[in-house]
Design a protein around this ligand. Structure first.
Ligand code: F6P
Length: 360
């Protein structure tokens, strides 16, 4: 059996660990042949493949990024081409299917987030066998308890909070850390809890500047003259909108770039409370670097499980973690709904019990 593997969407730590596990399991256990597809679905349309054997995946387990490259645009169903010096979008899906068939690929293992997996589902509906592997630092896919990459991102954000604490305390400042996560507050909530933040702002809970300032004042009155605010990029004030920093040209799944809420909050806090504020935008540091042991293990389990699913002749499924077990679910179900922080859930309740304000 010959299979293709691709990584799509934003990168995250652990992608190489999945690729390695796919190749090793496919070769060692089933004698399959694996072709790597370069730069996500773009490589499928442009027919850019690289053979992946045991040698090609040696030493990549601890490496961040993806040896295959990725892109978060270039869906074959909405593919950018230049015509007379202008960008136009065309449907190249039939061409991609022809490429898959001509190269004898009996199945694709697609490693990606919601957008990449939605495209995988469309190929499945057109008769291509696809197995999805969920990845994203945002941890916002509903069909799996957790995605790999999330633990590494939370670790990076927690380290940043620890570092901000010492300088905040020395200067008696309010430090705002803006983290990623799009429309879900998982990174902010986990890192904020782990790092002992004073205020956590998440998209699921609209905030007011008054409530944030009240928390800062309460601390000040107790002699704690500094505060740490962790703001998810998708957080928004009560009755207000998310802060958008740009447009993702050609990306129909995530058309806008979020960013700027940290600056907004810092300015308003300084205005209303008179405290000195500083902003740190953690940005793509959260997506880079070596995966944590937890992410390496989850990624390895997902990679092997994707090949087991193929060997069991499953079709159109995504591997996922449920409790202690790696299972499969129909891809269609996996992409239906985003997993957001439940505002009545245990994590938010615990955070409030230990004195963290959500600005609500
Ligand atoms: O989905 C992962 C993510 O890192 C989000 O948290 C963030 O909003 C977005 O991707 C940034 O994407 P880009 O790589 O296009 O800047």
């Amino acid at each position: 059996m010959r299979i293709g593997v691709l990584t799509g969407g934003g990168d995250c730590p652990g992608l190489n660990a999945v690729i390695r596990a796919v190749v090793k399991t496919a070769v060692n256990d089933y004698g399959m042949e694996v072709l790597g597809i370069k730069d996500g679905y773009k490589g499928l349309v442009e027919e850019e493949f690289v053979p992946l054997g045991l040698e090609q995946v040696t030493g990549i387990l601890p490496k961040g990024g993806t040896i295959l490259g990725t892109t978060n645009r270039d869906s074959p169903f909405h593919y950018r081409v230049r015509v007379n010096g202008q960008d136009v979008y065309v449907d190249k899906s039939e061409h991609a299917i022809d490429v898959i068939k001509r190269n004898g690929l009996e199945a694709l293992i697609v490693i990606g987030g919601d957008g990449t997996l939605a495209i995988a589902q469309k190929f499945f509906e057109k008769g291509i066998n696809v197995i999805g592997v969920p990845k994203t630092i945002d941890n916002d896919l509903s069909a799996t308890d957790v995605t790999f990459g999330f633990d590494t991102a939370v670790t990076t954000a927690t380290e940043a909070i620890d570092k901000l604490h010492t300088t905040a305390e020395s200067h008696h400042r309010v430090m705002i850390l803006e983290v990623m996560g799009r429309d879900a507050g998982w990174i902010a909530l986990h890192a904020g809890l782990a790092g002992g933040a004073d205020v956590i702002l998440i998209p699921e809970i609209p905030f007011t500047i008054e409530k944030i300032c009240a928390k800062i004042k309460e601390r000040n009155d107790r002699g704690r003259r500094f505060s740490i605010v962790v703001a998810a990029e998708g957080a928004a004030p009560f009755g207000g909108k998310q802060v958008i920093s740009g447009i993702n040209e050609g990306n129909i799944y995530n058309p806008v770039k979020l960013g700027g809420i940290g600056k907004f909050v810092a300015e308003k806090i300084a205005e209303q409370s008179g405290h000195e504020t500083r902003v740190t935008v953690l940005g793509h540091l959260q997506r880079g670097g070596s995966p944590t042991p937890r992410d390496r293990i989850l990624a390895t389990r997902f990679g092997s499980a994707a090949v087991y699913a193929l060997a069991r002749k499953e079709k159109g499924v995504m591997v996922c973690l449920k409790g202690e077990n790696v299972l499969t679910v129909p891809l269609k179900d996996a992409i239906e709904q985003l997993k957001r922080v439940p505002i009545e859930g245990d994590l938010v309740k615990t955070a409030k019990s230990v004195g963290i304000s959500f600005g609500d």
